[in-house]
Design a binder for this molecule. Structure first.
Ligand code: IVH
Length: 696
């Protein structure tokens, strides 16, 4: 998509743009370039997994584009990166007919099946050997995309194969699917592409973590989650789930003759898609000269399936030559030129020894099955979440049962069923507790919910989980604190609530085994640094129900000081983007609870930043677009921390001294940069102290 010359040019243009970003005139006249720059960075990040700018810089440029387009709506284009964000809900999904029916694939399970498939293809074609393209078989939801005159015009689900649902709004939320692509360069006016929407293992784990944080029931596997995500009403929720897509087939193409004769193999089309900015299977395909090579390859690939960042349930073998594909044709169910090779489901049986009931941060009680350890799909499994009471009933689980475990398409193994035939009569009913297993308070279940909850906010389990969440990476990010230390300090009565993080008695901690001077210094520094975390991290860290990272950002941006929420009504809160009744009620409840306000006041007294420093400075324009360079050894901050702090306040980090530099921050033993800067009198030369004052 971008050759090395384009890449170098775009990197340079990104820098120039950042430097000129506070010049409104420049931004307005170069808005098309700004879009090109953002599209380039999206490609680097989402397709090539090789980002070249950091998130702050990307967000800064994106916000700039959004702001400029708001001011000059006539400058908006259909494929602008801002146009992914759907503002309206999907009220319903209209049914549309596919240009070409979306067929399924025939399945094969062993070498014999594959040899059979190959024999039929050779007989029908009269060839001795057939070349195949072999690709992973993604375990997700199939989609079809139509591009007309380079623009994405429609995306649909598979549906019944003949017609599917129009899910264009939701598909636009998937950043690895381009909104426009340069097909016209190849003489293509209309193209229909097939692919699979998937959720990576990482995105799946994150999504489940978010559900836990919100006190909701977790989901069982990435496939169902990806498929379900395509038909949800709110496109923004689709965006939050970080879905991905692989494209693997051109099903229809309106193009000139030159194109059709040049791109006459399946793998040439995969390359075309890749060159047009799609994540096609181009980089993970294998060309096999004959069926023997196919068999060898699929067998070796099966061993590696657990190393992939996403789930696959087999391989797809396709005749590579397109005219041969046409000659072989199709049945009403599947093409005769392709076949799926299904991997064996990873199953095992074991004994369900017991059920543990674990209390989470929001008080939700999750039943966890304790199993006789069993090896399955590369890991030893000894406990599996069984989600909730209804699930236990549905699967008819009893303690002592022999259960069937499966890891087919699941990152987390699942219990498929209990094997009733193997019951001896000694198995015991699983009785869901009526009282909290930790604090003994009565449990409650809201109407329509599957989850039983302990509502005692002093419940020990909840307190510990809340502290663990507060220090975690996505919240206050107190490095080297971690779950184990929270539990240890809590047990030793050194830590009983969030404010005590900032009052830890380090002389006692130094007597605990494993806490040397270095680890204490690191911990102390990390706790200290967390006091200056951006406000949204603190809000997220408070673990208010239904307030995830995105809502935390919206909330942080709406105030100058956190305690302003004390006076906000539910109506005020609902004015904010994405805050509906449920979230507003929860926020209101948090800020009208006296003990929470006391905790926040105490945190402020202990030095934790409750002010929205970013908003203050950015809105007053003090540091917005100002360039910074750090030189010499800083005494209080690490270089990377200082740079991040400058960026958080709207500043831009540059690499050299020039007339474009606004601030040179000088530490000890500064050398030639300082000398050079002294010669340019527009550069402000400041100390680390002065810099810290500047950022508040
Ligand atoms: S080709 C006409 N390639 O598997 C041929 N399908 O079980 C179109 N799938 O319906 C399909 N990975 O949803 C193809 N690399 C891949 C695939 C793939 C997953 C799905 C697809 C298909 C299903 C059949």
């Amino acid at each position: 998509m971008y050759n090395s010359k384009d890449t170098i040019e775009l990197i340079q243009q990104s820098k120039t743009f950042l430097l000129n970003s506070n010049d409104n005139n420049y931004v307005q006249t170069n808005i098309e370039l700004l879009r090109k720059i953002l599209q380039f960075h999206e490609y680097k990040y989402y397709i090539e997994n090789n980002a070249i700018i950091n998130d702050n810089e990307y967000d800064f440029l994106y916000t700039l584009l959004e702001k400029t387009e708001k001011q000059f709506p006539e400058l908006i284009t259909k494929d602008s990166p801002t146009q992914r964000v759907g503002n309206s809900l999907n009220e319903s999904f209209s049914t549309v007919q596919h240009l070409v029916p979306m067929l399924s694939l025939e399945n094969s399970y062993n070498a014999e099946d594959l040899n059979d498939f190959d024999r039929k293809a050779r007989e029908a074609s009269g060839l001795n050997e057939i070349e195949y393209c072999v690709e992973p078989k993604f375990d997700g939801a199939s989609i079809s995309l139509i591009y007309e005159n380079d623009f994405l015009v429609r995306a649909t689900t598979r549906g019944n194969g003949v017609e599917g649902d129009d899910i264009t709004n939701n598909i636009k939320q998937i950043r690895s699917i381009p909104l426009s692509a340069p097909f016209s360069r190849y003489g293509i006016t209309q193209i229909e592409i097939r692919g699979e929407v998937i959720m990576t293992k990482e995105a799946f784990v994150k999504y489940n973590e978010r559900l836990v944080q919100q006190g909701l029931a977790t989901v069982a596997n990435p496939r169902n989650t990806a498929a379900g995500s395509l038909r949800i009403k709110n496109p923004k929720e689709v965006a939050e789930r970080n879905l991905d897509a692989f494209l693997y087939h051109v099903s229809y193409c309106l193009a000139n003759q030159t194109f059709l004769t040049t791109y006459n193999t399946h793998d040439a089309q995969l390359k075309l898609l890749w060159d047009c900015g799609f994540r096609s299977t181009e980089k993970i395909k294998f060309i096999a000269k004959n069926i023997n090579e196919v068999i060898e390859y699929v067998k070796s690939f099966e061993q590696k399936r657990d190393d992939l960042p996403y789930e696959i349930d087999g391989m797809v073998i396709k005749v590579n030559n397109l005219s041969l594909q046409e000659k072989l044709g199709m049945t009403s169910h599947h093409p005769r030129w392709a076949i799926a090779y299904k991997f064996k489901a990873r199953q095992a049986t074991t004994i369900l020894k017991n059920i543990d009931f674990q209390v989470g941060r929001t008080g939700a009680v999750t039943p966890v099955a304790k199993l006789e350890p069993v090896f399955i799909g590369g890991v030893t499994v000894s406990s599996i979440s069984v989600h909730n009471e209804d699930y236990i009933k549905e699967k008819d689980l009893k303690i002592g049962d022999t259960v069937l475990i499966e890891r087919a398409g699941d990152v987390i193994p699942q219990i498929v069923q209990s094997i009733v035939e193997q019951r001896k009569g000694t198995e015991q009913e699983i009785i869901f507790p009526k009282y909290c297993p930790v604090c003994n308070n009565e449990l409650f279940k809201e109407e329509g919910e599957a989850v039983w909850r302990c509502v005692n906010i002093e419940c020990e389990a909840q307190v510990v989980e809340k502290i663990i969440h507060f220090v975690s990476k996505d919240a206050m990010d107190i490095k080297s604190f971690g779950e184990a230390n929270v539990r240890k300090f809590y047990e030793l009565k050194l830590l009983k609530d969030i404010p005590e993080i900032y009052k830890l008695n380090f002389s006692v901690i130094s007597t605990i085994e494993g806490f040397g001077k270095k680890s204490i210094d690191n911990l102390q520094a990390a706790i200290e640094a967390s006091k200056h975390q951006p406000l949204y991290r603190l809000i997220f860290g408070l673990g208010i129900r239904f307030v995830g990272e995105t809502t935390a950002k919206t909330l942080a941006n709406s105030v100058d000081h956190l305690l302003e929420f004390k006076n906000k009504t539910e109506e005020d809160l609902q004015q904010l983007e994405d805050v509906g009744t449920k979230i507003a009620t929860s926020i209101r409840h948090f800020f009208s609870t006296e003990s929470n306000i006391k905790m926040l006041e105490e945190l402020e007294l202990l030095g934790v930043q409750l002010k929205n420093t970013k908003k203050e400075i950015v809105s007053s324009g003090e540091l917005l677009g100002q360039t910074f360079l750090f030189t010499g050894t800083l005494s209080k901050l690490k270089r990377s921390e200082a740079e991040a702090l400058a960026e958080e306040h709207g500043g831009i980090i540059v690499s050299g001294v020039s007339a474009k530099l606004n601030y040179l921050v000088v530490g000890e033993d500064a050398g030639s940069k300082l000398e050079k800067a002294k010669k340019i009198n527009t550069i402000k030369i400041i100390s680390e102290e002065e810099f810290l004052q500047l950022v508040g």
